[in-house]
Each structure stands twice: as structure tokens, then as C-alpha cells.
Write a protein that binds this ligand. Structure first.
Ligand code: SF4
Length: 297
């Protein structure tokens, strides 16, 4: 039995039952995919339902204002994503639902991963949305690399061409890999429980204990953090936005203390303004005459 067949069998028995896997609606798939970027599945499940109640269609979302979507996204983090999904909805209403991966990718804000994911899961295209999970599992399985990197994506893509079946449920293969990556082929994999252990080029390395598991992820190391502050900047940006969302408008002079009890107006003011500027640049707040509000439009 080939590795893909083993994987799909395992997926039928052990795959996660997720609400966005029960639909082929490109709108719902897009919403789920954007929410899943940087947010854990359990949290997304809850937000996905609420969002769809509020904005059940492209049309409803396309009509939503900046403030509407920022409010509805509250708590999910990385708020630029909310405006991006709304802008995609506006593009779809104007030009129609894209039919190909290339056409999805041509919409502003949609990256190669999301274009491939919507094409595969909503439109059953034979394509591979490469994210960290797919990179990790296929990097191990097909390339024998314990920790594949971004630069390996093209090799993975070409090798995966044989791995993706030409008929049948090829569109389920990426979902099956996501689940294997989450449940078994984690950073420190459980090769003994893996349905692909006999096919995997990296299995021996792990089983023999010849692989050093890196302690810190690259993403964590790259997060920007202000000196003397315990959290990365994105946490404080989230607090700024939450405060503005709850109060409607906030004076820049009072904001520092509201987002950080240890805020020092001599040492931290520049840092605060840099974060407000970044939020304004992302279209998430307006900043004028030292007053911060949610953006109009
Ligand atoms: S055998 Fe191990 S390394 Fe290979 S795919 Fe399975 S869990 Fe991952």
C-alpha cells in the first residue's frame, strides 16, 4: 500500500472533525483559513461560528465597516486579518469568485498558502498549500530532513507531485497532513504511532535518537520586544486596540498607563507612538490630534 493511501486511511479514522471541513463554500473556507493563521484551532472554532452568524455571506461582509469587522474580530489577534478578509469580500462582490489558484493569489492580501488552500478545499483543485505543518511532515517523509526550511518548499512541491494522487480524494491529503502534523508528527514526533513510519526518510533519525530537537522556535525568536517589557509588542498592540474598541476613542497621553501599568512616559513614549503608528498604517486605528479612534470606512 502506498504512503498516500496509508495516510488517507489514517485520516478517515483519526482526522479531526472541524466545522470548515464540512463545507465547500469558498467564503467559509477562506474565513477559516485566515482565522487559523496564528490562532489555535479550538479558539478559531468558536470565532468561526460567531463570525458566520454576523457575516454569513460575501455580500454581508463586503458591506461591513472597518469598525464592524474590528469589533467582530476582537480577541482573535492579528487584527489586520479582519480588514483583509473584508477587502477580499469586496473584491469578490465586484469581480466574482476566483476560479483558479492564480486568480485567488491575484487578490490583494491573499498569499500563496491561502490561495492554494481555498483552491484545494473549496474547489477541489490538485494543489498543495505549504505551511509549517506540510513543510515539517513532507520535509521528513520525502526529503529526510528533520526540520525543513522555507527554502525547501520548491523541492517539497516537486516531490509531492507523486505523493498527491491524480484521482480520488487528493484534496483531502493536505488536511490529513495537517492532522498528522498536529497529532503525531509534531516537533518531537511519535514515529512509533505514525502510519507512514515505513515510508518516511527521517523516521530512522528520530527513532535512533540522532536528532536534536530545537528548544526555541524561529518565530518566537523573531518577535519584536521592547527592552524591559515582559511581552512582545503584538501583545501591547492588541491592548491598544482593545482599549480603543471598548472606549470608542482614547487620548494618546493616557493610553500608555492603560496598556501597561509600568509605563514610563519618559522612557516608553516613543515605543508607544511607534505601535500606534503601526496600527494606523495597518488601517486598524485612526490617530489625529493625539486622539486614537477606530477607523472610518
Ligand atoms: S515517521 Fe516520524 S518523522 Fe516520519 S512522518 Fe511519521 S512521525 Fe513524522
Amino acid at each position: 500500500m502506498g504512503a498516500t493511501t496509508k495516510l488517507l486511511r489514517w485520516y478517515r479514522l483519526h482526522g479531526r472533525n472541524l466545522p470548515w471541513r464540512r463545507t465547500r463554500d469558498p467564503y467559509r473556507i477562506l474565513v477559516s483559513e485566515v482565522m487559523l493563521q496564528q490562532t489555535q484551532v479550538d479558539r478559531v472554532k468558536e470565532y468561526y461560528r460567531t463570525w458566520l452568524k454576523k457575516f454569513p455571506t460575501w455580500k454581508k461582509l463586503a458591506r461591513a465597516s472597518n469598525a464592524d469587522v474590528i469589533h467582530a474580530w476582537a480577541g482573535l489577534g492579528y487584527n489586520r486579518r479582519a480588514l483583509m478578509v473584508r477587502d477580499v469580500a469586496r473584491s469578490v462582490i465586484e469581480h466574482g469568485v476566483p476560479k483558479t489558484e492564480v486568480a485567488w493569489f491575484a487578490i490583494k492580501g491573499i498569499g500563496p498558502y491561502t490561495a492554494a488552500a481555498v483552491s484545494a478545499f473549496a474547489q477541489k483543485r490538485r494543489t498543495l498549500p505549504i505551511d509549517t505543518n506540510i513543510r515539517r511532515v513532507l520535509g521528513r517523509l520525502l526529503l529526510g530532513k528533520p526540520f525543513a526550511e522555507l527554502k525547501d518548499d520548491e523541492t517539497i512541491r516537486s516531490k509531492a507531485d507523486d505523493f498527491l494522487p491524480r484521482r480520488g480524494a487528493y484534496y483531502d491529503v493536505p488536511q490529513a497532513i495537517f492532522d498528522l502534523a498536529t497529532l503525531i508528527c509534531t516537533k518531537n514526533p511519535d514515529c512509533a504511532s505514525c502510519p507512514l513510519r515505513k515510508d518516511c526518510k527521517a523516521a530512522k533519525l528520530f527513532v535512533s535518537g540522532r536528532v536534536q530537537i530545537p528548544k526555541r522556535s524561529i518565530a518566537t525568536a523573531r518577535e519584536r520586544k521592547h527592552r524591559n517589557k515582559p511581552f512582545p509588542d503584538r501583545i501591547y498592540r492588541g491592548r491598544i486596540l482593545k482599549t480603543v474598541r471598548e472606549r470608542g476613542q482614547v487620548s494618546g497621553r493616557r493610553l500608555g498607563q492603560m496598556i501597561d501599568p509600568d509605563f514610563d512616559k519618559h522612557l516608553d513614549q516613543e515605543w508607544l507612538e511607534m505601535m500606534i503608528d503601526r496600527l494606523a498604517k495597518d488601517g486598524l486605528v485612526s490617530y489625529s490630534r493625539k486622539i486614537i479612534t477606530l477607523p472610518k470606512g
